[in-house]
Design a protein around this ligand. Structure first.
Ligand code: F6R
Length: 610
């Protein structure tokens, strides 16, 4: 989704801003722009499409200067076009803003501002902010105060960066519901919507809280609230280094991140398993251990891929920890009347830790008295900071818009949580030990699946011609089927639908013919025989079947047209392995269709609007 980068210092700002915008590309966007403070006022460049197009546009313009802001836009109000691209300005072209989020009362503000003579050049909600600052500056003659006054009139969400030709060498940044991070250098300071574009310059950073704004000059920074109270908070060191966010020899981040799966499992498990004792030590849950032991019910909220992880988690927790679990889309949760009390534990799963739907659902759950636990990948993200307790995924930065390795780590955390809660309740030592031991075996079993990559690639060649696909799974791999279908839709734009294998005969089977192939999860587990029957039902209707099966299974090939084998593991852990061939299949299908898996159309990495 939209991204912001800003620089104020001694160096030329443009190359730093363009580099930052490149690093923000993973968030998904449709246009990009810059505004640079030069000796003769602020100069801008904008382009629809890639940051590369913007960089080309900048070549012909004199954009020299040591302060500036840049933005990648993901359209919400107003279609992708040059006039809607940020940074936006006011009537006098003295104030330039880059904004992430949505201003809910923009229409009302626009009408008020138009009545007093302001003219608008874009269809965006964001432009009102520049005009409000222009208006306020006339009275205050102080940029900081003018921004503060403008922000008090806004309803909605913002992550904001502002520069002005009237007060050069200064950036004002502010946050309400959309993340802003400040980076500190030697004689230079930065602002961005997440840490990734700043990592090549500094690892000393400060995350703004909602309702805070910062003023940056090359030498100094101040943080205050919208009510003008000075905030004294120390910066933190961000551990990720810039190299981790490079492709490292892979053609796409998607492939690199899928192949990181075994490492991710090791990192997620590190220091957390006590294999002999059949225990999982999760430090972040210490403060709520009593609540976890006595809770009557768990609700897991999440969106997209994280929702599929939650579905697997439900099965794990109910079967092995013996606690009732419900899973709900975060986007639905807050709009109905969920029954929650102080004996309910709500678990929020989010890779980015910034998903607006999940965040609002967390706030609703907290208002209703639940204890909220987060499973989050991004350290210091809003969700990580708002929950009562949590477990970090330790999957490292996920750059591809397609969530792959984060899904693996979410499932591993859920397995750890199952041991953690289960051993406090009904799980025996031997079961705890068994799960712990099997978790440790997963990295090398996953490495084995990668040996099939060539085979999966050639299958993708065969299947890329189809316009529709069915993904079928049951029990633990019910969610795997939906996740496999989601990956295919997101990246290759092939219409793929997940379906519970048992549900197929209640409707979906009508769609099956030779043009509608099925990817079937046919592992040798407790639902194996049922899955084989479903495969035969599809074959009887001329549907092609590609099965994911257990190594050594001789039977499945008799029914399925194509098979990829994965190593045997505990049924509850099988989704961690079974999703790998599906991720690779989606990746190769996307390449076959000449599309970019790292940056699918219309999608954003971090969905910060509802
Ligand atoms: C799928 C994907 C999305 C996210 C969803 C939730 O590949 O990336 O479906 O899983 O938007 O995002 P997080 O986990 O950041 O809350």
């Amino acid at each position: 989704m939209c991204g912001i980068i800003g620089y104020v210092g001694k160096k030329e700002a443009l190359p730093i801003i363009l580099d930052g915008l490149h690093r923000l590309e993973y968030r998904g966007y449709d246009s990009a722009g810059v505004a640079v403070q030069s000796s003769v006022g602020i100069k801008t460049a904008r382009a629809v499409g890639k940051v590369a197009a913007l960089a080309e546009r900048c070549e012909g313009k004199s954009l020299a200067g040591t302060a500036g802001i840049g933005h990648t836009r993901w359209a919400t109000h107003g279609k992708p076009s040059e006039k809607n691209t940020h940074p936006h300005t006011d009537c006098t072209k003295s104030f330039f803003i880059a904004h992430n989020g949505i201003i809910e009362n923009f229409q009302e503000l626009k009408e008020q501002l138009s009545k007093i003579g302001h003219t608008f050049k874009s269809e965006t909600d964001s432009e009102v902010i520049a005009h409000l600052i222009e208006d306020a500056y006339k009275k205050t003659l102080n940029l900081e105060q003018a921004v503060q006054s403008a922000l008090r009139k806004l309803r909605g969400t913002y992550g904001l960066a502002v520069i002005s030709s009237l007060e050069p060498e200064r950036i004002i940044a502010a946050r309400m519901g959309s993340p802003i991070v400040i980076g500190f250098g030697e004689g230079e300071n930065f602002v961005a919507s997440d840490a990734s574009p700043l990592l090549s310059y500094t690892r000393t950073m400060l995350y703004l809280e909602d309702g805070e704004m910062a003023t940056l000059t090359p030498q100094a920074h101040t943080v205050r609230t919208l009510n003008d109270k000075i905030v004294m908070r120390s910066a933190e060191m961000i551990e990720w280094d810039a190299n981790k966010i490079q492709k490292g020899g892979f053609s796409h981040f998607t492939l690199k991140e899928i192949m990181e799966g075994p490492k991710v499992i090791e990192n997620t498990l590190r220091g957390r398993l006590i294999a002999e004792g059949g225990l999982a030590r999760l430090g972040g849950l210490q403060t709520i251990s009593e609540k976890l032991r006595t809770a009557k019910r768990i609700i897991i909220i999440a969106c997209g891929t994280a929702f599929h992880a939650a579905q697997v988690g439900e099965y794990m927790l109910e079967e092995y920890a013996g606690i009732p679990v419900e899973v709900e889309f975060a986007s639905e949760f807050r709009y109905r009347k969920p029954i929650i009390n102080s004996e309910t534990i709500v678990i929020a799963i989010s890779q980015s830790g910034e998903t607006a739907d999940t965040l609002e659902a967390i706030r609703e759950a907290k208002r209703k008295g639940a204890t909220v636990l987060g499973i989050v990948n991004i350290v210091g993200s809003t969700i990580a900071r708002e929950v009562d307790a949590g477990v970090y995924n330790h999957a490292g930065p996920e750059v591809s818009v397609l969530s792959t390795k984060a899904y693996i780590s979410q499932l591993v955390v859920l397995a750890l949580l199952t041991i953690h809660i289960g051993r406090e309740r009904q799980m025996s030592l031997s079961v705890g030990r068994r799960i712990a031991k099997e978790l440790q075996e997963l990295p090398k079993k996953m490495e084995k699946i990668f040996e099939s990559a060539k085979n999966i690639k050639s299958l993708a060649k065969k299947y890329a011609k189809y316009e529709h696909m069915l993904y079928l799974g049951r029990k633990y791999n019910f969610a795997t089927a939906f996740e496999g279908a989601l990956k295919v839709k997101e990246a290759s734009y092939i219409h793929a639908e997940g379906c519970g294998a048992g549900e197929m005969k209640h409707g979906f089977i009508a769609m099956i013919d030779k043009e509608f192939p099925t990817v079937a999860m046919a592992l040798q587990d407790s639902v194996y025989d049922k899955m084989l029957s479903n495969i035969q039902e599809i074959k009887a209707r001329s549907g092609r079947v590609f099965a994911i099966a257990t190594e050594g299974d001789k039977k499945v090939a008799k029914f399925a047209d194509d098979v990829v084998f994965i190593p045997q593991t505990l049924e509850m852990l099988s989704p961690i392995l079974a999703v790998i061939p599906l991720q690779l299949f989606a990746y190769y299908l996307t390449l076959e269709r000449n599309l970019d898996p790292d940056r699918p159309r219309n999608l954003a990495k971090s969905v910060t609007v509802e």
